[in-house]
Design a protein around this ligand. Structure first.
Ligand code: DSN
Length: 478
């Protein structure tokens, strides 16, 4: 990571002083968060470190403006600067991804996915009930409204990757609105290889006949062939919707090209900006011309007023991602994930699919006699921040899990190399081998654990050496 501009420390010290005049605990928590992030190995696959310009522009008065509507067509007066911000962000996003149209208002990945779903429904299905409801929010819908909607949408069907195979909640999971709005059928992975079985997916799609096929994942450690996905979608008359939240940085950085690049194949692509893309916390949607006007109706149909300060930060992040330096970064993210995977496997850690070719690995820790929850907690105590995750057909369910997901985007931003990721693998393996379930009167716990004496302290110390060699925001002193 490059050294921050000299004035940054003074700027942030002043900001925190001003914040402290209103509520010192908020200033303290803000400063503490930087210390905490500096002091641990951040391996959560969906997190990163945004650049200081990206963070700085979010702390401005662009936040104070209402701007519902679209560029040049707002429901509020005085939006010329927000128009500029939104247009610049969309221009950079379209150029970065080679997309026909970008909609940069979504506040999060879930919002972006909802915009995409609603755009597909409104573009493809005629609904008198929707017209009657106008701009009502989901909370305004009665059960009978939902019944009417579902009838009119002819119980429209969505087919997404199942949660335990690595799909996301918003791909039709029963406890997410996507599982309520649609009849859903999920596709999984081959039990032997752990990979998407495209032939099986095709047969299921021919039988189920979905309106929408969702491609994309949050815990699948492999690339997707979007050309094959589009072929299947075309064959059954489905719209191909790709959720690239996790791997947007690898698309932007030209690691995923050809059939692995979703943009030429998908009708609609939704994403977050803060994961591998390394921008502010937020979302966006890319669409073909066919879906552009439907996507632009996101606010107020699905979203509250756009966040001008965050759209400004998105513009900076998209601009940063258009540089050769970002392509080098994205390539290193994938190289580091391979080094991490190889380092873990040679130390006896089982990985779902036997490796990775994207930015994450999914460890199955059951051969250590641990649940994902125990492994996650033992790693955290040792200074290694990960998150537990189901593995396909997980016997421990979604709460305890048998897996732990690990990603390389954040530490790669700090400057970690493949050799350093091999060291990270060594630390993780040492913790897993030194941890056992706690045993109480009712037998072995699924949550409590015991780490052999001295291991957590030793791993913490070795982690600190790696972190010190790759400082976060070097030169920034609060
Ligand atoms: N929470 C994100 C993740 O960790 O993958 C997805 O919503």
């Amino acid at each position: 990571m490059t050294t921050v501009p000299a004035q940054s420390s003074q700027i942030y010290r002043s900001i925190l002083d001003v914040v402290a005049t209103v509520e010192p605990r908020i200033a303290d928590a803000t400063a503490q968060e930087l210390s905490d992030q500096r002091a641990s190995l951040k391996l959560i696959a969906s997190e990163n470190y945004a650049s200081l310009p990206t963070l700085m522009v979010m702390g401005t008065w662009l936040s104070d403006k209402y701007a519902e509507g679209t560029i040049g067509h707002r429901f509020y007066a005085g939006c010329r600067n927000i128009d500029t911000v939104e247009a610049v962000a969309a221009e950079h996003a379209e150029a970065l991804f080679g997309a026909d149209h970008a909609y940069v208002q979504p506040h999060s990945g879930i919002d972006a996915n909802l915009v995409a779903y609603w755009a597909i429904l409104s573009h493809r299905v005629e609904s008198p009930t929707l017209k009657r409801l106008g701009a009502a929010t989901v909370n305004d819908l009665s059960e009978s409204d939902w019944e009417d909607l579902r009838r009119e949408f002819n119980s429209q069907k969505v087919m997404g990757m199942s949660l335990d195979a690595g799909g996301h909640l918003t791909h039709g999971f029963r406890h997410n609105i996507s599982g309520k709005m649609f009849s859903q059928h999920s596709y999984g992975t081959d039990p032997e290889t752990g990979l998407i079985d495209y032939d099986g997916l095709r047969s299921a799609a021919r039988e189920f006949k979905p309106l929408i096929i969702v491609a994309g994942y949050s815990a699948y450690p492999r690339r997707v062939n979007f050309a094959r996905m589009r072929e299947i979608a075309d064959e059954v008359g489905a719209t191909l919707f790709v959720d690239m939240a996790h791997f947007a940085g690898l698309v932007a950085g030209k690691v995923f090209t050809g059939e692995e690049n979703p943009i030429p194949y998908a009708h609609i692509v939704a994403s977050t900006t803060h994961k591998s893309l390394r921008g502010p916390r937020g979302g966006f949607v890319l669409a073909t011309q066919e879906y552009a006007s439907a996507v632009d109706k996101g606010c107020p149909m699905v979203l509250g007023g756009p966040l001008g300060h965050v759209m400004a930060a998105k513009a900076l992040a998209f601009a940063e991602a258009r540089t050769p330096a970002f392509q080098t970064y994205a390539a290193q993210v994938a190289t580091n994930a391979k080094a991490l995977a190889e380092g873990l496997m040679k130390r006896g850690v089982h990985l779902v699919t036997g490796g990775t070719d994207n930015h994450l690995v999914l460890m199955d820790v059951s051969n250590f006699g641990l649940t994902g929850r125990q492994a996650e907690s033992a790693l955290l105590e040792s200074g290694v921040v990960t998150n537990r995750n189901s593995v396909p057909r997980d016997p421990n369910g979604a709460w305890y899990t048998s897996g732990v997901r690990i990603g390389t985007p954040a530490l790669t931003t700090r400057g970690f190399t493949a050799a350093e990721f091999d060291q990270v693998a060594d630390l993780i393996a040492e913790v897993l081998k030194s941890t056992t379930p706690a045993v109480g009167p009712k037998g072995a716990s699924k949550a409590k654990y015991v780490i052999a004496d001295g291991v957590a302290a030793r791993v913490n110390a070795r982690a600190q050496e790696l972190l010190d060699a790759n400082p976060l925001y070097p030169g920034l002193e609060l």
